[in-house]
Design a protein around this ligand. Structure first.
Ligand code: ATP
Ligand code: MG
Length: 448
């Protein structure tokens, strides 16, 4: 069932329910008020007769003039004695005259039905010195009143049907406007699905706030997807470019080997050396690319509690020995507990120390501190440094400060982007302080 149909049905049924309640109330209220008026009229007449009789000390109770003064068409009046004898009567309506006699000791009103028509009956007892003598009865057909009620019923029915029709049209029109943008969104989604091209939904001027939010959320999602796809494309382009260089080098050395390698020992050794180096480079590059691809997932890190000082000391020792470089660790005497992925933390530190080793010759300082809320880690080298203009781009994929120089150092420009992703996944932040010629400090803060 469509939203529009649901909405229309709900409104219409709800309206019908309200109208039924309203009409029933109006109808019975009108009946009540008008019948009470008629009854008052009858009561006045009967009271007048009783009053006159009392004044005349009950003389002339059977005088026709007593009642004929009050007579009206559609009416009947009679005086009945206590032993149910009619002593005086006026009226020509046979049906009214044949209403059964029932003498009561108190005033009484009643609505009867004679041949489907309503008749109002009113009776007042006549007392003389506390002795019941009889009663005055008056009855009246409610023909005119019933006629008006018929008209009222007709009017109520016509207005109710009209209201329902208007409600159906109104709701249908309103919900069309309301659900229009949803239809448009569905259309856009189908279009995206069909053509594979991302599109945004246009926002109308008078859309409701909820729909505006929906459209905005949808468009934001589309923009995000667009950016992701764009980044992916860029990554593939950069990666192909990066892969091309070592492959070209390997290819040309292989050619050289084929032509002169059999006879010339020098050429052969050079070619083998270069091919081995480039292969190593390719291996490193693909490993970094795979790591970056994995790092895109949010569940890449596997958090535990570990001692950061232990990791820093262990890795600094290993790298110091391997590269024969002095790496000085400045750490507090006690352990610094950190919640995070121990292996990824080590990987990040390796990236920073690898850079410090590659881009400096002096000893390297690693500082680790902790306060109430955070753990701070700093890796400082006294090497070539980075100019201020380059700093904002350091963490971008494949970014290298000096392309030419890197043919010798062999970096792929992916190290810092991996490090940044690790820091991000731990909710940390990173800052770079550097001056060309005097060195670089990378400062990282992790929340505890
Ligand atoms: P990879 O780490 O993938 O082997 P890489 O070291 O070139 O390659 P990143 O670690 O991402 O790549 O560093 C990006 C660039 O930033 C480097 O190429 C280098 O130019 C510059 N850089 C990074 N660390 C330092 C540093 N400590 N001193 C000077 N330059 C640095
Ligand atoms: Mg690096």
């Amino acid at each position: 069932m469509t939203l529009r149909l649901r909405f229309t049905l709900f409104t219409v049924f709800w309206l019908i329910f309200i109208l039924i309640l309203y009409n029933v109330f109006v109808y019975f209220f009108v009946i009540r008020v008008t019948t009470r008026g008629e009854l008052q009229l009858l009561a006045n007449k009967a009271d007048l007769v009783v009053e006159t009789l009392r004044k005349q000390k009950m003389v002339g109770i059977d005088d026709p003039k007593l009642l004929s003064d009050m007579y009206n068409v559609n009416e009947m009046m009679r005086i009945v004695t206590a032993d149910s004898h009619v002593v005086n009567t006026v009226g020509i309506d046979k049906e009214l005259l044949s209403i059964p006699i029932d003498v009561r000791t108190v005033s009484h009103s009643e609505t009867l039905r004679l041949n489907g028509q309503r008749v109002l009956l009113w009776s007042v007892p006549i007392y003389e010195e506390h002795r019941l003598i009889g009663e005055v009865e008056s009855a009246r057909r409610l023909t005119v009143l019933d006629g008006y009620l018929q008209i009222l019923l007709g009017a109520l029915s016509v207005t109710s049907v009209g209201a329902i029709l208007f409600a159906i049209l109104g709701t249908y029109w309103f919900t069309s406007r309301l659900t229009g943008p949803i239809g448009q969104m569905v259309q856009t989604m189908r279009e995206i699905d069909r053509s594979g091209k991302l599109q945004r939904v246009k926002m109308g001027q008078e859309e409701s706030i909820e729909l505006q939010q929906l459209i905005r959320a949808f468009n934001q999602m589309i923009e995000r997807l667009d950016r992701t796809i764009e980044r992916q494309k860029q990554f593939v382009a950069d990666a192909s470019h990066e892969l091309k260089t070592p492959l070209t080098v390997i290819g040309s050395y292989a050619d050289m080997l084929k032509r002169w390698g059999r006879d010339n020992v020098e050429v052969r050794d050079e070619a083998i050396e270069a091919i081995a180096k480039e292969t190593e480079r390719l291996k490193k590059l693909t490993r970094s690319m795979l790591t970056l691809a994995e790092a895109e997932q949010d569940d890449w890190v596997n958090k535990t509690r570990f001692d950061a000082v232990g990791v820093v000391k262990e890795l600094s020792g290993v790298l110091g020995t391997t590269f024969r470089r002095e790496i000085r660790v400045h750490a507090p005497g006690s352990a610094v507990q950190l919640t995070g992925d121990k292996d990824k933390f080590r990987q990040m530190l390796l990236i920073l120390l690898d850079n410090a080793i590659k881009y400096s010759k002096e000893p390297i300082d690693v500082r680790i501190r902790s306060d109430k809320n955070s753990v701070q880690l700093e890796v400082t080298d006294y090497g070539i440094g980075i100019s201020e203009a380059e700093i904002p781009y350091l963490f971008e994929r494949f970014y290298r400060v000096d392309e030419a120089r890197h043919r010798t150092t062999g970096g792929s420009g992916l190290g810092l982007s991996i490090a940044k992703r690790i820091i991000e996944l731990h909710g940390g932040s990173v800052e770079v302080f550097s001056k060309p010629g005097s060195g670089t400090t990378i400062a990282i803060q992790f929340p505890k």
